[in-house]
Design a binder for this molecule. Structure first.
Ligand code: ADE
Length: 246
């Protein structure tokens, strides 16, 4: 079954890149189905209002609950017999990682993305829909975007490329960063010498064992230098794996 993705946003055009490149191909090949909805279609006033001032005061505007309520009622009931996983991108959520992407690609067949803007969505929308559906707030990382749309692009791409049948070269998926807990090794192509920079000789040696060792060493060094947090977890997992060995 294709992964169905619905996106509700006040900027449908923001999601146009989902039609490009590998994601576009995945849709043409029937692996992925994307439907983008304009939240303002569920407003009823002349100005198609989606926001209002915050109770209790403070800066900015808050998204009103009624358009979100009607939109989610309708979109989440649009596939009879199926239950969506509702995802609200936001900087206050659990961090979306390669593991999250892999789990979602494997286990979900329908994701409804809720794109907040302004200072956020009225809290009662979360309460109402978390009662009715599995609902996650997911963050791309520790920085603040203007809204959820860019996060939906990133998450959908990360998930969709892990769908079975998506990438021609399965080996390239296995070797890349954040699979196996280490960063990637550096890669080179022709020419062997460029502006005085030489390709590491081992890569020209034809010794597959030495090349594999060198690449592994590079991954360890890079990870230690750039991501000590990942390195520590990698070491802990190794230690963990050693328990019980004599
Ligand atoms: N919306 C605003 N900031 C975000 C972030 N860091 N991740 C996901 N969605 C967001």
């Amino acid at each position: 079954m294709a992964l169905r993705v619905d996106v509700i946003t006040i900027f449908p055009d923001y999601l146009a890149p989902l039609q490009l490149s590998l994601l576009g191909r995945a849709q043409r090949e029937g692996l992925l189905e994307v439907h983008v909805h304009d939240l303002r279609d569920w407003t009823h006033d002349r100005h198609r209002t989606v926001d209002d001032t915050p109770y209790g005061g403070g800066a900015g505007m808050v998204m009103r609950p009624e358009p979100w309520g009607e939109a989610l009622d309708e979109v989440c009931a649009s596939l009879p017999g199926r239950t969506p996983h509702v995802v609200v991108p936001g900087p206050g959520g659990d961090v979306f990682t390669q593991r999250t992407a892999g789990t979602m690609a494997l286990e979900l067949d329908w994701v409804v993305f809720v794109c907040g803007r302004y200072e956020g969505i009225d809290e009662r929308v979360y309460l109402e829909f978390a009662r009715r559906y599995p609902l996650s707030v997911l963050s791309l990382g520790d920085y603040v975007l203007n809204g959820g749309e860019v996060a939906v692009l990133a998450m959908t791409e990360a998930i969709a490329r892990l769908l079975p049948g998506m990438v021609g070269n399965e080996a390239s998926l296995e070797e890349e960063s954040h699979t196996g807990g280490l960063l990637e090794y550096p890669v080179y192509t022709k020419p062997a010498s460029w502006r005085g920079h030489e390709v590491p000789p081992v890569l020209l040696s034809g010794h597959h064992g030495q090349i594999a060792d060198w690449r592994h060493q590079q991954r360890l060094e890079r990870t230690a230098a750039r991501r000590p947090d990942l390195m520590q977890r990698y070491r802990e997992d190794e230690d963990h794996g050693d328990v019980g060995r004599s």
